[in-house]
Design a protein around this ligand. Structure first.
Ligand SMILES: CC(C)(COP(=O)(O)OP(=O)(O)OC[C@H]1O[C@@H](n2cnc3c(N)ncnc32)[C@H](O)[C@@H]1OP(=O)(O)O)[C@@H](O)C(=O)NCCC(=O)NCCS
Length: 198
């Protein structure tokens, strides 16, 4: 009877068997210059094979991951990079060509240079989840007021779903490519700030 009447019996989980095989290790962390090759491999497939261009060349990846690793975020599964964001600081309202290569340590705007997801992990919500975690994290950095990025037309709805608003055509062009500039107000939602859990 004690077995039947024990209220804990009903909530206790079975002993996990083979747990280490069923739980994939997901890890989120800032990137370092040692991650540059993995970043560039994803960029090569995602961008270079498509348009011949990419947001950051290998030396630029290393440059930003050396200067401001705290503005990057990587998603690793079983130690392997599957998605990442690289950002740096910018100090003007709108992006100019200089923003592609410079980090302005006193700026209050995070320029998101690139978000990319490894090909085999796309369309699973990972891009949206990583962006959500990144924006949450930015709220905890007191010097950050807003985030900006530029993207091609067809990705505007994707970033709108993450809370970005279009500012209009970007001044920057890369070869034949044109971009829409978008921003996200990191500071300004008093409710979210109070409940940010920083
Ligand atoms: C864009 C990217 C970061 C999205 O990450 P993801 O994990 O695949 O995205 P999610 O699963 O969170 O969301 C899927 C949504 O992204 C959008 N999206 C993704 N790829 C898209 C594309 N090629 N065209 C239009 N919308 C796209 C859609 O809104 C899609 O939602 P839907 O399937 O309901 O239409 C990822 O696909 C990627 O790295 N792509 C390669 C790089 C790239 O294309 N960059 C843009 C070129 S400038």
């Amino acid at each position: 009877t004690s077995y039947i009447n024990n209220p804990l019996h009903h909530v206790r989980s079975p002993v996990p068997q083979g747990r280490r095989h069923t739980l994939p290790a997901s890890e989120f962390r800032s990137l370092s210059p040692e991650d540059a090759i993995s970043v560039f491999e994803i960029e090569r497939e995602a961008f270079i094979s498509v348009s011949g261009e990419c947001p950051l060349h290998l030396d630029e990846v290393r440059h930003f991951l050396t200067l401001c690793p705290e503005l990057s975020l990587g998603w690793f599964e079983e130690g392997r990079l599957v998605a990442f964001i690289i950002g740096s600081l910018w100090d003007q309202e709108r992006l100019t060509m200089d923003a592609l290569t410079l980090h302005k340590p006193h700026g209050a705007t995070v320029h998101i240079h690139v978000l990319a997801v490894h090909r085999t992990f796309r369309q699973q919500g990972k891009g949206s989840i990583l962006m959500w975690r990144y924006l949450q994290y930015l709220r905890c950095l007191p010097y950050v007021r807003r985030a900006v990025l530029m993207c091609e037309d067809f990705l505007v709805p994707f970033y709108q779903k993450s809370g970005f608003k279009a500012l209009g055509p970007a001044e920057i062009t890369v070869g034949p490519l044109n971009f829409i500039e978008m921003f996200y107000p990191v500071r300004g939602h008093s409710f979210m700030r109070r409940n940010s859990g920083c």
